[in-house]
Design a protein. Structure first.
Length: 246
């Protein structure tokens, strides 16, 4: 083959190679390596391979690695039930708490509860804009029973009075058990205890529409079930109070 033909062939191959490489650069070449875990972590690679004179050419196009910081969205409870309850509460004639006054409203309620329930065995704590009343099972109920003990009635009467004085308050009641017994049995027992407290509050004229009642069984211990003291702490009913805002 003449020299001009060899040069022409080489030029043609080189042109095709460059054109292919240009197309690969435009189209992005290969693929994205890696998954999405807190951001894009895989490099983008690509290229066109070819053979000239028995040699394999595999040029590639590589973009710098991009690392996006992980963004964690806050965990929130769906508001569907609260919206439904809020509408029912407002329909019953209760005026919601203006958003800017929520803290003052809950502060006052917290102070009154502390004064009324001191020395009763009920643990009262504040978490953000919520008030949590922990009622130990060994104070509220007899062992393995869901009937409210007579000695605990004055405590619940005090809670009813305060709830009636602060009607713009959601009342979430949950029952809890220790880990002794089967999951199914503990689930039912926790529901019965939560229902008993809710029924008593309702008989005291606390509007049932304000309440959400649930049994948690043994799923949410606050202490170790390996000790007597821990199991006693886990057998409890919790009342969570939050403002009905509007």
């Amino acid at each position: 083959m003449r020299r001009s033909s060899i040069l022409s062939t080489t030029a043609l191959i080189g042109g095709l190679f460059c054109a292919s490489l240009g197309q690969a650069q435009i189209l992005g070449g290969g693929g994205v390596v890696g998954g999405v875990t807190g951001g894009i972590t895989g490099p983008v690679t690509g290229g066109v391979s070819g053979t000239v004179g028995g040699q394999v050419y595999a040029p590639s196009v590589r973009t710098p690695r991009v690392r996006v910081p992980r963004v964690t969205a806050p965990v929130s409870v769906p508001a569907t039930v609260d919206v439904r309850r809020q509408r029912a509460i407002v329909a019953a004639g209760v005026t919601p708490v203006p958003v800017g006054q929520t803290e003052i409203y809950m502060d006052r309620q917290y102070e009154v509860l502390q004064g009324e329930l001191v020395g009763t065995g009920v643990n009262i704590r504040r978490e953000g804009q919520a008030i949590i009343l922990e009622m130990p099972g060994d104070v509220t109920f007899a062992f393995n029973k869901a009937g409210i003990r007579p000695r605990f009635v004055p405590v619940l009467n005090a809670v009813v009075r305060i709830l009636n004085d602060y009607p713009a308050t959601f009342v979430d009641i949950s029952g809890h058990t220790d880990s002794i017994g089967s999951d199914a049995y503990n689930q039912v027992l926790s529901e019965r205890r939560a229902d008993a407290v809710a029924d008593y509050l309702a008989r005291g004229q606390a509007m049932p529409v304000r309440m959400n009642v649930i049994g948690e069984g043994e799923r949410e211990p606050i202490a170790s079930n390996a000790t007597i003291e821990g199991r006693a702490a886990n057998r409890r009913v919790e009342i969570v109070l939050r403002a009905v805002e509007g």
